[in-house]
Design a protein around this ligand. Structure first.
Ligand code: PRP
Ligand code: URA
Length: 208
C-alpha cells in the first residue's frame, strides 16, 4: 500500500495485545497506549529532515543535528489525546494543536466541534494523532480542515487501522503517510474495527 508503514516490534505486539484485551483496566490501557505511541513516534522520526550545525562539547567542537522543520502534533479529540504525552516526551519542542471531531453514531459521519492549531503549519511537519482509523471519515475530515488552512507535510499516526480507512485516506489524501501499529481485518456493521480494541476514547477515559 502506498505511504503505509506498519510499526512492528515485539514490544508493540505485546502492547497491542494488552490494548485489545477486554480485561485490561483503564490504567493499564493508558500505559500500553503510551508505550506503543512511543514506538510509533520513533518510527515517524526516521522521516524527519535534519540540519547540521556545530555543537561544542566540553572538549571540542563537533557536528550536531537539529530538525529542519517545526514539528506540530494534532490530536483528534478525544482519543488522540492519549498519544500526545509520548510524542511530546520524544519531541519536547513540538507545538500542539487540537481538532475536535465526534462520529455521529447513526451516520458514522464526523461532526466537528473544535479547531485550534499553531501558526505557520505550511512550514511545519504536522502529525495528526488518532489511535483509530476506522471508516477514515475523521482522518479525511481532519486533513481537509488542515489543508483548507494551508498545511505543509502531513503524517497520520494511529494505533489500529482498518482497510476501509486506509482506502479512504488513499482516495482523498494519497500523499499522506500513515503509520499504524496494527492493520486489522474489517469494520463491523456499526463502524467498529474487527478485531480492534473497542472504543478507544471510552477505554482511555473510563466513559464506558
Ligand atoms: C473515534 C476515533 C476516531 C474515529 C475513527 O472517535 O478516535 O476519531 O472514531 O472512526 P472513523 O475512522 O470511522 O471516523 P469518536 O468519534 O468515537 O470520538 P471520541 O474519541 O471522542 O470517543
Ligand atoms: N472508534 C473507536 O474508538 N473504535 C473503533 O473500533 C472505531 C472507531
Amino acid at each position: 500500500m502506498k505511504n503505509f508503514f506498519l510499526v512492528e516490534n515485539p514490544l508493540v505486539k505485546r502492547d497491542v495485545t494488552i490494548l485489545r484485551d477486554k480485561n485490561t483496566n483503564q490504567n493499564e490501557f493508558r500505559l500500553a497506549m503510551d508505550r506503543v505511541s512511543h514506538s510509533i513516534a520513533i518510527e515517524i522520526s526516521k522521516s524527519f529532515e535534519l540540519t547540521e550545525f556545530e555543537v561544542e562539547t566540553p572538549l571540542e567542537k563537533t557536528k550536531g543535528f537539529k530538525f529542519k522543520k517545526q514539528i506540530v502534533l494534532i490530536p483528534v479529540l478525544r482519543a488522540g489525546l492519549s498519544m500526545v504525552s509520548s510524542f511530546l516526551a520524544m519531541i519536547p519542542d513540538a507545538k500542539v494543536g487540537h481538532i475536535g471531531l465526534q462520529r455521529d453514531e447513526k451516520t458514522l459521519q464526523p461532526v466537528d466541534y473544535y479547531y485550534k492549531t499553531p501558526k505557520n503549519l505550511d512550514e511545519s511537519v504536522t502529525i495528526v494523532l488518532d489511535p483509530m482509523l476506522a471508516t477514515g471519515g475523521s482522518a479525511v475530515a481532519s486533513f481537509n480542515s488542515l489543508k483548507q488552512k494551508g498545511v505543509g507535510k502531513c503524517i497520520l499516526a494511529c494505533l489500529i487501522a482498518a482497510p476501509e480507512g486506509i482506502k479512504k485516506m488513499n482516495e482523498h489524501h494519497p500523499e499522506i503517510s500513515i503509520y499504524t501499529a496494527a492493520l486489522d481485518r474489517q469494520l463491523n456493521s456499526v463502524g467498529y474495527i474487527l478485531p480492534g480494541l473497542g472504543d478507544a476514547g471510552d477505554r482511555t477515559f473510563g466513559t464506558l
